[in-house]
Design a protein around this ligand. Structure first.
Ligand SMILES: CC(=O)SCCNC(=O)CCNC(=O)[C@H](O)C(C)(C)COP(=O)(O)OP(=O)(O)OC[C@H]1O[C@@H](n2cnc3c(N)ncnc32)[C@H](O)[C@@H]1OP(=O)(O)O
Length: 444
């Protein structure tokens, strides 16, 4: 294990040669080398990620290793090294992304991207990204995904925002008549509060039903569930036990799950609590409505916040007075980098039968070319073609359209999509857009 004395540049590492590396002409400055990180340097990697994200973690090396080691072992770790110290970090791991129509596309998920303040804007991220995307393409993965810390970072690497999400709040006093939380579902089901172990046992199956149907969703593996339920503690991160609830339909089957926390507040003798719905997974409308009504009905609470929700969230439609709902934040969320246009577009499904010829420009080559797409509800083909294109766009713009969440007509108005045939943007929308918005409920 490398020494872990922290300084501004991050810890020194065992697996990297001090001072070794390529020259400034390769980018990244003199002496900076991009290396793969093995288990012997997991602690140094975590410390460097913390430095990059401006965090000070109070945990010993042993605690860091016990908490993060199993997680890091499932992914690929890259680091930039200068003088034997990590100055850049990059993690990627395999997951599956649900496409419109329900098929699961194997993709490369990127996280823990940092470059220390001393080495920024010298091309260190560019080199780590280039290495990772090349490796993902060589493995046959059709796309890479990430959640961007800042909007301006990833477009240059061919990523575009493929899902958006919102956080909204219900001000109960303005929402009209509120439901009785004990009333249960309209179809004879009921909401039950459960303990952590029951939730851990019941929730994954409900999530799998969402994943099979909602495009934009990615895998939650056992490790994810253990961390999300506090069963696997992450060192230096405080765990506050939330409330867990499930919805059982009339047959007793669990069809929805809810994780929420409450901050109790008082305005003198008047209760003014805040309830935050952190994770609401309910593929069935009946379960979704029952769990929303339950959250709104909890006493001693005046505001209920729903975080990381799809942009077509139903909460306002469940209120007697929809003006009790207000959107607090509406942001880009999961960014997509298409590495193989035919593989992705042939794997998704389309609401109606249609065809479209796309000319895609890609500085890095992966998505460059002209592609003939023919698709419908039951299947699709997407092949390279010599035919004249209907529309022309950058790979990063195509990423916005890939999951059906963006409007080609709007992109055309913004000058991001060129029509080579009049009306082609509208035709693209008829083919590519989806009735439900793509939604990635997770941060990774
Ligand atoms: C998936 C995730 O993990 S998201 C988390 C991203 N990490 C963070 O936000 C932590 C704090 N920031 C950082 O660690 C770094 O600034 C990083 C990782 C964002 C960028 O690393 P760098 O090594 O500086 O990037 P690099 O030098 O390769 O930049 C490439 C280009 O992107 C631009 N760029 C990089 N970061 C940003 C940014 N935050 N805003 C605007 N432009 C940026 C650079 O100016 C450069 O432009 P150019 O090619 O026209 O010269």
């Amino acid at each position: 294990m490398g020494a872990t004395s922290q300084n501004v540049e991050g810890p020194s590492v065992a697996g990297a040669p001090a001072g070794a590396g390529d020259d400034a002409a390769a980018g990244g400055g003199v002496g900076v080398e991009v290396v793969e990180v093995g288990p012997e340097d997991h602690v140094a990697f975590v410390r460097a990620v913390d430095t990059g994200f401006l965090r000070r973690r109070k945990a010993t090396d042993e605690e860091v290793l016990a908490g993060w080691g199993p997680l890091l072992s499932t992914g690929r770790l890259r680091a930039a090294v200068d003088g034997g110290r990590y100055v850049g970090t990059f993690r990627s791991f395999d997951t599956e992304l649900t496409l419109p129509g329900g098929s699961a596309l194997p993709v490369d998920a990127i996280s823990a991207v940092t470059v220390t303040a001393t080495h920024r804007r010298r091309g260190v991220l560019s080199r780590m990204m280039a290495a990772d995307l090349r490796a993902a393409a060589d493995r046959g993965q059709a796309a890479a995904i990430l959640v961007a810390a800042e909007y301006q970072i990833y477009g240059r690497f061919g990523f575009g925002p493929a899902t958006e999400q919102l956080t909204g709040e219900v001000v109960k006093a303005r929402a009209g008549r509120l439901p009785d939380p004990s009333a249960g579902g309209s179809a004879g089901g009921r909401v039950e509060l459960v303990d952590t172990a029951e939730y851990r046992a019941l929730a994954p199956a409900v999530f799998e039903r969402l994943r099979a149907t909602r495009h934009g969703v990615i895998v939650r593996d056992d490790r994810w569930w253990d961390i999300a339920t506090g069963i696997h503690a992450l060192p230096g991160e405080e765990w506050n036990e939330p409330f867990w609830a499930v919805y059982r339909d009339a047959s007793g089957a669990v069809t929805g799950t809810l994780r929420y926390r409450v901050e109790t507040r008082w305005d003198r003798e008047v209760p003014d609590g805040r309830l935050t719905v952190e994770d609401l997974i309910a593929p069935d409308p009946e379960a979704a409505a029952a769990l929303v009504r339950y959250a709104l009905g909890v006493d001693l609470v005046t505001r209920v916040e729903f975080v990381q929700r799809p942009v077509d969230e139903v909460v306002p439609l469940l209120l007697e007075d929809a003006r009790g709902w207000r959107v607090l934040e509406h942001v880009d969320w999961m960014w997509l980098r298409i590495l193989d246009v035919p593989a992705l577009f042939a794997a998704r499904r389309y609401a109606v039968e249609g065809s479209l010829v796309l000319r895609v420009r890609d500085r890095d080559g992966y998505a460059e070319g002209t592609f003939a797409l023919e698709g419908g509800p039951d299947g699709a083909t997407c092949r390279r073609t010599g035919a004249a294109p209907d529309v022309e766009l950058e790979a990063a713009t195509l990423a916005r359209l890939a999951l059906g969440g963006a409007s080609a007509a709007r992109l055309h108005r913004a000058g991001l999509l060129t029509e080579h045939r009049p009306g082609a943007a509208h035709r693209a929308d008829v083919l590519l857009r989806t009735a439900e918005s793509p939604w990635c409920p997770d941060n990774f």
